[in-house]
Design a protein around this ligand. Structure first.
Ligand SMILES: [Cu+2]
Length: 292
């Protein structure tokens, strides 16, 4: 009888240990490739006290004039977009559109890091990149890792969309007039991925890829809002294209419970926000720069 009870206990212990093993295995799904939020990391549960980061992006000084694009290489482009201009700087009344603003890092009020999490409430599930009038709409797009980007061709011509990332695989696909949409996903966080068109060298777009949904792109009035941010202290970065890697401004903010933090940025001559730290290279690295 005793041995029967002992065997029962042994069986129970074995079953319990198997159960705990199984649950610990399902806690952290590996692989990070099946869809948004499957990357390794914790899931954030809303506490109902989330706030926002909001602000405006300005241009100080005289904004560069938009350059006219010569579309004569493709008559279909010229016909549809006779007055196409470069979107490197879209400035209206001193406010800058197309600036990608995101939370780069930070610590939540409970001491955890924003990078500890890979699943957040309200992760975006779909984004669209349209080729329309021989330019990309939108010009700057934010997505989360593995979010499907639907690429459409609204033009009576062939485009060849070409993602040129550093951390993700290179990807380029031809899309003829009337072809069904293409779907592309980026599995690794990267700010930002340049996108070009192999048919039309002037076509450019930038896609920011993050593990969290805390990003926004400034509108024509320069404003942006990042919602659902847990209370905490964060480094907010405003990225704007230009040069080989774009230019960044950073700012530290504190998001209060159910409150808003303001982070205004400016580009141009005198700028708000700290320029991101550039490595000080010794002069010997650039002998051609020394004066003779
Ligand atoms: Cu094109």
């Amino acid at each position: 009888m005793f041995s029967k009870r002992a065997r029962m206990w042994l069986g129970l212990i074995a079953a319990l240990s198997l159960l705990s093993l199984a649950s610990s295995c399902t806690k952290a799904p590996e692989g990070g490739g099946e869809g948004p939020g499957t990357d390794k990391g914790k899931a954030y549960t809303s506490k109902g006290d989330e706030g926002t980061v909001t602000g405006k992006v300005a241009y100080t000084g005289a904004a560069p004039e938009p350059k006219k694009i010569d579309t004569s290489a493709d008559a279909a482009c010229t016909a549809k977009s006779p007055n196409l201009t470069a979107e490197e700087w879209v400035v209206k009344d001193g406010k800058v559109a197309n600036t990608y603003v995101y939370i780069k890092s930070g610590t939540l009020a409970d001491g955890t890091k924003i990078g500890d999490y890979s699943t957040w409430p309200n992760m975006p599930t779909t984004a669209t990149l349209d080729q329309n009038g021989c330019h990309y709409k939108p010009h700057v797009l934010g997505v989360v890792v593995n979010e499907p980007i639907t690429i459409t061709n609204s033009d009576p011509t062939t485009h060849n969309i070409h993602f040129t990332p550093k951390n993700n695989p290179d990807w380029n696909q031809s899309q003829v007039n009337g072809a069904p949409p293409l779907i592309h996903k980026l599995a690794v966080a990267e700010v930002l991925v340049p996108v070009k068109c192999n048919q039309h060298p002037w076509m450019k777009s930038y896609v920011g890829v993050t593990k969290h949904p805390f990003f926004a792109v400034s509108g024509e009035d320069g404003s942006y809002t990042i919602k659902g941010v847990p209370p905490g202290k964060y480094t907010v970065v405003a990225w704007h294209e230009g040069g080989p890697n774009g230019s960044e401004k950073t700012m530290e903010v504190t998001v209060p419970a159910k409150g808003a933090a303001t982070a205004d940025f400016s580009f141009g001559a005198t700028a708000l926000g700290q320029p991101s730290s550039l490595p000080m290279l010794p002069a010997i690295e650039f002998p051609m720069m020394s004066k003779h």
